[in-house]
Design a protein around this ligand. Structure first.
Ligand SMILES: Nc1ncnc2c1ncn2[C@@H]1O[C@H](COP(=O)(O)OP(=O)(O)OP(=O)(O)O)[C@@H](O)[C@H]1O
Ligand SMILES: [Mg+2]
Length: 121
């Protein structure tokens, strides 16, 4: 896309995934030795919002579908590696597999030590 991601030191990879995939994604990301991650229960819809999507046997139509949002901040150079790892685990080739957004992170601060940037992860 427009701006080269390597122009930034850190990026946040934000992935909306199917809730039952969380354990596998966590395991995969832990293997990659990311410094940490934040997980939130969210609801949303994507471009196929108008179609029926199933969650735990129930059909959702044009409604918000429960997802899990994973946020992981990593060095920008690792962003494709993290995206690939999430896709490997979370993709089933069916609608509602989720979406990944990557955004620049301008600063990271480890509160206890005041370490900054990559050292803070
Ligand atoms: N453009 C968007 N902006 C913000 N959040 C989005 C966007 N698209 C999807 N999401 C989030 O990602 C979740 C998963 O989206 P979803 O996988 O259904 O995307 P999709 O574009 O409909 O693709 P698919 O055809 O695979 O279903 C949504 O429930 C929503 O939380
Ligand atoms: Mg969809």
């Amino acid at each position: 896309m427009g701006v080269d991601i390597d122009a930034f030191e850190l990026v946040k990879v934000e992935a909306m995934i199917r809730p039952f995939k969380l354990d596998d994604v966590k395991e995969r990301l832990t293997e990659l030795e990311v410094g940490g991650m934040t997980v939130t229960e969210v609801k949303g819809f994507g471009r196929t919002g108008g179609k029926t999507e199933f969650y735990r046997g129930s059909a959702y139509v044009i409604d918000f579908v429960p997802k899990i949002k994973i946020e992981v901040v990593v060095p920008a150079a690792r962003s494709e590696e993290v995206i690939a790892a999430i896709r490997e685990v979370a993709a089933s080739d069916r609608i509602g597999d989720g979406k990944i957004f990557v955004t620049p992170v301008l600063e990271a601060v480890r509160i206890r030590t005041d370490e900054r940037g990559e050292s803070a992860l």
